[in-house]
Write a protein that binds this ligand. Structure first.
Ligand code: ACO
Length: 310
């Protein structure tokens, strides 16, 4: 059985915070942020909008695109490091908000790689015929764990949500291969501290990402007997344009063949990949039969990649 994406969705808070706005908050400047990261602005959710609210909007969008009713969903998986509360889970809150009364629900914690872990978990349940339709979401309100006094991290992060409905697709399509990984010894490079703030050793994470993203991308493509030249479109985790470009250049694919939401939305952790996927689908950048690779890395340390025939 082939498992693939039946529909995608995303949601972004309305409030835009530009690099110029951040100049008033920390000792930074637009030029530094743009040249070092590729970020120009990001969205920040209002106080009364939480991770589950953003997840709800992205999920509605994905269900509509897939033409699937909430009651048809068998399992909800929400990847997040910023849940409304540790429990009940965001997925349980979402199950209620959506009226997805037939769905089991659980959250997945794999930081920025969470959506990849979610997709592959969904694939197992569908392949074994336990479930038919699984809703996978990445939703993050990173602004609530951002240290607004740390210029090394606060300029990078933004809020948002992305979603996908997974189910059976026709022969030859959908997820063709995947790779998931973790290195717990690297946990100290990126974590949440006792003040509930995100702490990052930027240089170490950068080195890890620049090596891992291209490697995982090549691995999933080679697993299906293809080569990097066969990749039509790349959806990388949106952490830093320099990391993304390194992966793209190693694959030898042109700029227009890579999803690039970082400029407008910054780094949205687990939400980055599904948001970028959904936006690329809606913008017509992903076409039928394209070979696409989704690839991410993040805290844990974790990483993951998926090769899909659209
Ligand atoms: N504005 C101005 N100057 C700054 C800023 C800022 N916002 N932040 C750091 N600097 C300064 C530093 O203090 C340093 O000054 P110094 O040389 O006087 O000490 C100088 O700029 C260079 O700092 P570096 O940390 O070496 O800058 P670098 O080129 O490594 O860029 C960055 C930093 C953008 C964080 C980079 O390391 C990076 O992208 N790392 C990976 C981040 C990442 O991928 N995170 C993903 C996981 S996080 C998540 O997804 C939720």
């Amino acid at each position: 059985m082939n498992v693939g994406v039946l529909g995608t969705g995303h949601y972004l808070p309305k409030k835009i915070v530009t690099n110029k706005d951040l100049e008033k908050v920390v000792d930074t400047n637009d030029e530094w942020i743009r040249t070092r990261t590729g970020i120009e602005e990001r969205r920040i959710a209002d106080d009364d909008v939480n991770t589950s609210d953003m997840a709800y909007n992205a999920a509605k969008n994905a269900l509509e695109e897939a033409d699937v009713k909430a009651e048809e969903i068998d399992l909800i998986l929400v990847a997040t490091v910023t849940p409304d509360t540790p429990f009940p889970s965001v997925s349980c809150m979402l199950q209620d908000k959506l009226g997805a009364s037939n769905a089991a629900a659980m959250d997945i914690s794999a930081a920025c790689t969470g959506f990849m872990y979610g997709m592959i978990t969904a694939k197992q349940f569908i392949e074994t015929k336990a479930y038919k339709k699984v809703l996978v979401i990445g939703s993050e309100k990173l602004s609530k764990i951002t240290n607004w006094e740390d210029r090394g991290t606060c300029v990078l992060l933004g809020d948002g949500a992305g979603a996908a409905v997974l189910g059976e697709v026709s022969e030859g399509r959908g997820i063709l291969s995947f790779e998931l990984g973790a290195n717990g010894a690297g946990g100290k490079e990126l974590y949440q501290n006792e003040d509930n703030h995100l702490v990052m050793n930027g240089r170490e994470v950068y080195k890890f990402a620049v090596r891992q993203m291209p490697e995982s991308t090549v691995n999933v493509v080679e697993k299906i007997g293809l080569s990097k030249e066969d990749v039509d479109y790349l959806v990388p985790h949106q952490a830093n344009i320099r990391i993304m470009d390194a992966a793209r250049e190693r694959l030898g694919i042109s700029e227009d063949k890579m999803a690039k939401t970082i400029k407008k939305y910054g780094n949205n952790s687990a939400a980055s990949i599904p948001m970028a996927l959904s936006e690329s689908v809606k913008d017509g950048k992903i076409k039928d039969d394209d070979l696409i690779v989704l690839v991410g890395f993040g805290g844990g340390l974790t990483w993951g990649a998926v090769a899909m025939r659209w």
